[in-house]
Design a protein around this ligand. Sequence first.
Ligand code: EPU
Length: 424
Amino acid sequence: MQKLIIEGGIPLEGTVDVGGAKNAVLPILAATLLAEGEVALSRVPDLRDVNTMLDLLVRLGVEVERTGPGRLKTRVVSEEEHTAPYDLVSRMRASFCVLGPLLGRRGRARVSLPGGCAIGVRPIDLHLKGMGALGARIAVEEGYVEAEGPLGGAEMNLAGPHGPSVTGTANVMMAASLSSGRTVIESAACEPEVQDLAAFLNAMGGRVRGAGTPRLEIEGVSRLSGCTFEVIPDRIEAGTLLAAAAATGGNVLVRGAKAEHMTATIETLREAGARVEAEGGGLRAFGPERVSPVDVTTGPYPGFPTDMQAQMTAVLSTAGGNSVVSERIYPDRFMHVAELNRMGARIHKEGSSAVIHGVEALSGAPVMASDLRASASLVLAGLEARGRTAVHRIYHLDRGYERLEEKLRGLGARIERVEDDGTP
Ligand code: EPU
């Protein structure tokens, strides 16, 4: 295992490039199962989760060839297999996204149920509701979802108690693309990652309309072909880097950040006192001397992303006043709070909110990462803190951030990845 050692208190300065979006590329990779012919993808981030998805694709008969940095080609060479096993789905929930493509293309799927997750209960009922509406026969046996076609078009509403489902919408969109009929999904997720999947399906010859709105229309087609496609930049990585600039009073240009995908994050950083400006196809953030308090509520896109909540909590922990951060997507996604408090933050949980009493400064401490975004939040806290922070269990970070410490070092941060020998 490895840990990050951070000497905090340095304002970040310089230019950094954003990578491809994890949550766009994972369903897109799953969708390559639908293609007849070769798919060439670019801006594919080098992440542990991407490698997990590629392992799964290989088990499902896909040939994967890495053709350069951020580039790969896929081709389905065998369609015999239809099982996504427990070891891969339990490692990464997004593996469940192969259900739709397997069902749509191979007429049959056996996919392990994902099970527990550090950020709270994450059901898959909306995925199954959608597949059921398309006509799939579904059974849950021995921890696996077993589903069988044929699929036809259907009208459905995929709203859940916390809003739409991102990967649920993606799963149904992929299955419906190869069904015989027309599908309408109401209360579809509008996230840029869902839009990117729709663009990818259309590049393969699919007929998806309405992406980015709550009403998706999918005309089933009989075959999808190979294509060439570039994945969108990661709005959460970009937001994390802008937040790092804000937290350290720095001046950072995030090259490639797409402002139109990040409105809520930009507004919140501005409310916190940062200056955020579009510049040369990216975004620049200037941090304030001291962050101002802000109340933040997460919500489905275009609301403030839950995947930025932990990072924003770290930023606001040293604000000149009190902030309230409320979770509407994952009410229990507050594992970072106790660790931030170990660094001198004063945050208490009230139901599904974190009440943050801004402190003058954080102080470095050994802390433990519990999940991907919590890890990022602890790294931000380490960057703004006085003294030395050790972030343990950073394998969580590597699931979704490509060489984050190298990018931060390029901005002047004193941060190092070392083997974790058990010392704090
Ligand atoms: N929900 C249901 N039933 C379902 C599915 C979801 O009730 O069948 C609920 C969830 O419990 C949650 C809400 O609906 O309260 C939204 O969950 P959603 O299904 O949208 O989440 P997801 O598709 O499993 C994706 C991202 C997450 C991100 C969420 C919310 C991927 C691979 N994952 O998950 O990303 O937090 O959307 O935006 O796209 C991350 O990158 O750190 C991460 C966790």
